[in-house]
Design a protein around this ligand. Structure first.
Ligand code: ZN
Ligand code: ZN
Length: 437
């Protein structure tokens, strides 16, 4: 077995060779362990039911196990582990993961800034191919997502039947927050991920996308047309989804609005593209990296401000005739930029917060300014999977949303650790996506 960088990291982190030897794989060994292309075709096209064997669960005669990247402890590298093949339950879909985006929310978990159940598999921005439906799944779901079809998954996976889901507010789904975000499970209180051999449960951040297969509640999925690529389309499920939720529901952007976006990462740059699609007139990008501001122009920014060189609030006021913007979006998650966002909006304007931050962090607001000037401070976590995700797919299909420009770096599955390091260093302009295939 070849020694790769991650095996050295693993040895360093865990002080032993057992796990490193067990989990590190070269590309060659990965291919050897996988079914051949023709096996895969037979497996996907098989109409036979699922089978159980002494060695475990088999999907239509496919492999009984899979690999996934596991997070164990804050600031320790992810390790690749063997899992039993996950089993979907009613109204859930087993997806062969093709690509998974690299997002700051995962990074917050990996750095211990957002508490989450461990061990877990992060990754919540996926595309893939439908492999199987859980037993007793609604026939409408199986018809909508037939085996072999392409899908994209939203990170907020609505249960479809709670108080908020029944009002169409999928982005506030009680089951999602109570089970997935609070416990790392799906909505029966159980994970679908178990280590091969030991049977140890591993929790799921959303669907646990950094694995060769994932189980997704069907309401969190939308069909992905064959004309759209797996890799670039992964960003639809979080970066674009979050941007759309902020612009459509929280800000309710109208044509002609002036918009400022603070923080031009994967989500911020998607906000620029959505603002343009909604007909915003002034689109002001604010960041501290010139490279990101350069790229912002491609995404539709009409103005760019480097907040390290200029006073961002003063400059935004100057661009908007002294008034401030109709809508300002904070896509970083820092107390300082939270305040900048509030100060950047005109009287009666909307300051929309979408950047997650350290658990317990507080943002300051000038109360009198807020009261007298009717400033609206609005939190927004994401979009509404069932109504919004199909629209995002259409925007991408028509080229209104430029997926190719949104994705700036692609990583192989075994480079996942590197991907999060690059994200942490701020060196990914736009979005990085891990190709799992
Ligand atoms: Zn995300
Ligand atoms: Zn719900």
């Amino acid at each position: 077995m070849a020694f790769c960088r991650s095996s050295l990291l693993l040895r360093k982190a865990y002080g032993g060779s057992r796990r490193a030897a067990a989990v590190c794989f070269s590309y060659g060994s990965l291919l050897e362990g996988s079914p051949s292309y023709s096996d895969r075709r037979r497996w996907y096209s098989s109409s036979e039911g699922t089978t159980m064997s002494a060695s475990g669960y088999n999907v239509n005669g496919g492999p009984s196990h899979m690999r996934g990247a596991v997070f164990w402890e804050a600031n320790k590298p992810l390790t690749f582990e063997d899992f039993e093949m996950p089993r979907p339950k009613a109204n859930e879909v087993l997806v062969k993961t093709k690509a998974c985006g690299v997002c700051h929310s995962d990074l917050h978990v990996l750095k211990g800034e957002l508490p989450f159940a461990t061990p877990c598999v992060v990754g919540h921005e996926i595309t893939g191919e439908v492999v199987e439906h859980g037993p007793m799944t609604d026939s409408k779901i199986s018809e909508r997502f037939p085996v072999g079809s392409q899908v994209v998954g939203a990170f907020i996976m609505p249960c479809g039947s709670c108080f908020f889901c029944s009002k169409g507010q999928d982005d506030l789904c009680e089951s999602f927050f109570a089970y997935n975000r609070a416990k790392g499970t799906l909505y029966d209180g159980e994970t679908r991920l178990f280590l091969r051999g030991s049977g140890k449960p591993v929790y799921m951040y959303s669907m646990g996308g950094l694995a060769e297969f994932c189980v997704v509640p069907a309401h969190g999925l939308t069909e992905l047309p064959k004309t759209l690529p797996y890799t670039e389309s992964a960003v639809l499920g979080c970066a674009v989804f979050t941007a759309y939720g902020a612009m459509a529901h929280a800000a309710q952007v109208r044509p002609g609005d002036a918009i400022a976006v603070i923080g031009i990462g994967g989500v911020g740059s998607s906000c620029l593209q959505i603002a343009k699609a909604f007909g915003a007139s002034e689109i002001i990008a604010v960041d501290v990296q010139d490279e990101k501001l350069q790229k912002a122009k491609i995404f539709g920014a009409t103005h760019a401000i480097n907040a390290r060189k200029e006073d961002a609030v003063a400059k935004i006021k100057e661009i908007t005739g002294g008034r401030g913007v109709d809508v300002a979006v904070e896509a970083i998650g820092r107390p300082q930029t939270f305040s900048q966002c509030v100060q950047s909006v005109r009287d009666g304007g909307k300051a929309v917060m979408i950047g997650l931050t350290l658990s317990g962090a507080k943002g300051e607001v000038d109360i009198n300014h807020l009261v007298r000037r009717q400033i609206k401070v609005i939190g927004s976590y994401g979009g509404r999977a069932r109504q919004d995700l199909p629209k995002l797919v259409k925007l991408a299909e028509k080229g209104t949303f430029n997926l190719q420009a949104a994705v700036s770096r692609k990583y192989k599955f075994e480079e996942v650790e590197q991907a999060y390091q690059n994200l942490d260093q701020g060196s990914i302009v736009g979005r990085g996506v891990v190709e799992i295939m």
